[in-house]
Ligand binder design. Structure first.
Ligand code: ACO
Length: 335
């Protein structure tokens, strides 16, 4: 018997207009286009104007996804917002989004799974849709990293990696077993939370943020880049094998692989280890940097635009990031 599950019926993305190249960064910190390109594959990233938050970028991506789906705000019955850069400490950016776009009083929730945020968000939406609780779910991944990065030589190891952006999808039920979400594999390993994290403001410290913390730069993200790199490649490969085993597909069946874009060297190593030909592996990190929860929906939109992702394609997505969190999803593309 056909089972109710979910499929994506609309997609949209938005990046702010300001392009910052590696050479621009080299003018304000001790770095170079050669170092960044060789280590990461990044050539430029987009940066939001001051006063723009994740919900502002998410709103434009959401409007585009709704238009693509042929729906309006009023059709949506659940919002899931993935970001590591909420507009304010609380409430979540899904609620801030509701203040910018009329959605009535539908539930709105944020999730905090960093680079794996979009995959976790789609999995949550799929579960709600399968149980019949909601039937038109707006899933957003949006990040304004630029306001929280240390653009001096002290912060160069992290600041050069990230860019701002947003992507959104609209999900609905389907009973057609030949389309939509086929399966997920989700993981987290919290023992590594401090390999990539933002210390201040500290929930456990009275006052939460002090002048001394700011002087020490504790309000900027800290990363053990080598540890992240070392864990990322095996976890990517494991989660891909897990979702393929769960769904009964083989790697040769995959038409398009969209990995989270953290570093082009990671993407290339995963593609090679999984024996995926280059033409099946999406890489856009050169133009956007790491846009975290926005990366996969941005890649999905661009892959639709350039014709690599089409109705019937078997799409594999995988991500790894801070937490550590990682995961994958397999879907039969239906639009
Ligand atoms: N420009 C120039 N030099 C730099 C820069 C920079 N931007 N950043 C660091 N360096 C220097 C370091 O100080 C170091 O100098 P030293 O040898 O004199 O001490 C040297 O370059 C080498 O530094 P490493 O950290 O060893 O460089 P590595 O080859 O490991 O590359 C990188 C660093 C690119 C960060 C890499 O480790 C990496 O990509 N790791 C994965 C990071 C990642 O994916 N993060 C996102 C996770 S997703 C999420 O959840 C948000």
């Amino acid at each position: 018997m056909a089972m109710r599950h979910s499929t994506i019926i609309g997609t949209g993305f938005y990046v702010p207009p300001n392009v910052v190249t590696n050479d621009d960064l080299a003018r304000i910190m001790d770095t170079s286009d050669a170092w960044i390109t060789e280590r990461t594959g990044i050539k430029q990233r987009y940066i939001a104007d001051e006063g723009t938050g994740a919900a502002d970028l998410g709103k434009i991506a959401a409007e585009r996804a709704l238009a693509d789906a042929g729906l309006t705000n009023q059709d949506i019955d659940l919002i899931i917002f993935a970001t590591l850069n909420p507009d304010v400490f609380f409430p979540g950016s899904a609620c801030i989004l509701q203040s910018k776009m009329p959605f009535g009083t539908i539930p709105a929730l944020d999730i905090r799974q960093q680079c794996t945020g979009f995959i976790y968000a789609v999995a949550i939406a799929d579960a709600f849709i399968r149980m019949g609780a909601y039937s038109k779910v707006l899933v957003i991944g949006a990040e304004v990293h630029s306001t929280g990065l240390d653009f001096t030589t002290r912060g160069r190891d992290v600041a050069v990696l990230f860019g701002d952006g947003a992507g959104a999808v609209v999900m609905t039920p389907t009973e057609n077993e030949n389309e939509g979400v086929l399966g997920f594999a989700l993981h987290a390993q919290g023992e590594h939370w401090d390999k990539l994290y933002l210390p201040a403001p500290y929930g456990s410290v009275r006052g939460r943020i002090t002048h001394e913390m700011i002087d020490r730069g504790e309000h900027y993200p800290k990363m053990d880049g080598r540890a992240v790199f070392k864990h990322a490649v095996p976890r990517f490969c494991e989660t891909i094998n897990e979702v393929l085993a769960k769904t009964g597909y083989k790697i040769e069946d995959v038409d398009l692989f969209i990995p989270h874009q953290a570093n082009d060297r990671i993407t290339k190593m995963v593609g090679k280890q999984m024996r995926l030909p280059d033409e099946k592996v999406v890489s856009n990190i050169a133009r956007y940097g790491n846009t975290t929860a926005a990366t996969i929906p941005i890649c999905i939109c661009e892959s639709r635009q350039d014709g690599r992702l089409k109705k019937g394609s078997l799409l594999l997505c995988a991500a790894f990031g801070s937490g550590f969190t990682w995961g994958s999803m397999l879907m039969r593309w239906s639009i």
